[in-house]
Design a protein around this ligand. Structure first.
Ligand SMILES: Cc1cc2nc3c(=O)[nH]c(=O)nc-3n(C[C@H](O)[C@H](O)[C@H](O)COP(=O)(O)OP(=O)(O)OC[C@H]3O[C@@H](n4cnc5c(N)ncnc54)[C@H](O)[C@@H]3O)c2cc1C
Length: 400
């Protein structure tokens, strides 16, 4: 067994497999080390949004269980609900065991060496090489890409600065009778106001629903009770066939650096999930491809690779996430302003978020800045009775 590579990628989620695929295609010798054996269950809604599909370098249509051309955004308990439709899928529903396996198989077909059930225990600098320790022995590489998810042990072991915000989320796989399942067909549903500082979603799959809740409050409150209430609201409270899972989502990136010596951080390990929806597959794919491209273009030269990857992130993902955080603050931290915004701009809000998910616009394209948020908070924005709806008026936060 060859145990020396140009690049070792730790983790075979979308970030790791896309990194490996791109490197292998360019003829770089690359191995993926994965602690699990794929296919394996992964706690995730499995919703692959349009912008993620656009970023994907390989076809995964065979693992899509259902394409949702509609998205529904609702606010409880106000009873406000808005739906958008698009000719191309807004969210393609997958199960992550199959999705991740498809991407890893593509990386392998491109020439990446895959070591499964191979948990990385430590990474050491040894001259021009890094030595990667696993329970099965050690391997050497010139670079390591940490794609080992939100709990990244590589980043932790290397003492890399963190500063990410990890929020708790639950995902339940709920089997309901066919007639009830059909009611959710074709629509990705996002519900606000189900719990303070959080949201819930319902994603239809072939034979069941993937139902989730997240809380942007790091302690999360009582997520299980929120989920129980949400299941009741959906009419699924009495369902007994439920698989319960929970994990964390990084909705704020690391302070940086994202490239330290010869280690590059991608995906959740870097903290690249969308702060509005918790969607992390898009930027896992994009950061993985960017890391690989930096290694290829700069011929594995340490300083040059670090510079290229850092600059790519600074020009693309990081400003996008920063803009997203402003919208997230409105949705999660200011419930009364949110109610007002839904009542007055609900359809435009829903269209705008849909466009971002579908990859037609970015948060940066939306005129949503600290200035427009402040404008939203000015007294003339409200009716005399409080935060109720007023006549629609343009220019408050979301350009169309
Ligand atoms: C409840 C929930 C619902 C979500 N729903 C969605 C959704 O619908 N759509 C969406 O886009 N995003 C969703 N996300 C976010 C999404 O799951 C992540 O952002 C995404 O998986 C990040 O991909 P990644 O490749 O960076 O990491 P991961 O997918 O987490 O992959 C990391 C891999 O590294 C492996 N690994 C870890 N440590 C080691 C080690 N020491 N050695 C070797 N291997 C290791 C793991 O086994 C894993 O396979 C959700 C998250 C949660 C918690």
């Amino acid at each position: 067994m060859n145990t020396s590579y140009d690049v070792i990628v730790v983790g075979s989620g979308p970030a790791g497999s896309c990194t490996a695929w791109r490197l292998a295609k360019a003829g770089v010798t690359v191995a993926v080390l994965e602690k699990a054996a794929l296919p394996r269950y992964k706690t995730c809604g499995g919703g692959v949004v349009g912008r993620a599909m656009q970023a994907l370098p390989v076809d995964v249509s065979h693992v899509v269980e259902q394409d949702c051309h509609a998205a529904q955004l609702s606010l409880f308990p106000a009873g406000l609900s808005f739906t958008t439709h698009r000719p191309t899928p807004i969210v393609s529903m997958t199960m992550r065991d199959q999705f991740d396996y498809a991407l890893l198989s593509a990386a392998q077909a491109a020439g990446a060496v895959i070591h499964q059930q191979c948990a990385v225990e430590n990474v050491l600098f040894q001259g021009d090489f890094l030595t990667v320790g696993t329970h099965a022995g050690s391997m050497k590489a010139k670079f390591v890409v940490a794609a080992d998810g939100a709990l990244s042990s590589v980043a932790r072991n290397m003492g890399l600065a963190d500063g990410r915000v990890l929020i708790p989320a639950l995902e339940y796989e709920v089997t309901v009778p066919r007639d009830r399942l059909d009611r959710f067909h074709g629509t990705a549903r996002f519900d606000f106001g189900v719990l303070p500082h959080g949201c819930a979603w319902t994603f239809p799959k072939t034979d069941h629903l993937s139902i989730g809740v997240l809380s942007t409050a790091q302690r999360g409150g009582d997520l299980k009770s929120s989920m129980a209430r949400y299941l009741d609201q959906l009419g699924c409270g009495s369902v007994t066939q439920v698989e319960r899972h929970g994990f964390v989502i990084p909705i704020r990136p690391r302070r940086g650096p994202f490239a330290d010596e010869r280690i590059l951080l991608v995906g959740d390990a870097a903290g690249f999930a969308d702060p509005v929806t918790g969607e992390g597959i898009s930027f896992a794919i994009r950061s993985g491809l960017m890391a690989a491209q930096s290694l290829i273009d700069r011929h594995l030269e340490e300083e040059s690779v670090k510079h290229a990857y850092t600059r790519s992130l600074a020009e693309t993902i990081l400003p996008e996430l920063e803009r997203g955080r402003w919208l997230a603050r409105l949705l999660y931290n200011f419930p009364r302003v949110r109610s007002w915004a839904f009542a007055r701009q609900g359809q435009r809000l829903c269209e705008a978020v849909t466009d971002v998910m579908a990859g037609k616009r970015s948060y940066r394209d939306l005129a949503f800045t600290p200035r427009t948020l402040l404008k939203l908070l000015t007294p003339q924005s409200f009716t005399r009775s409080g935060y109720g709806p007023t006549q629609p008026r343009d220019g408050h936060g979301l350009s169309s």
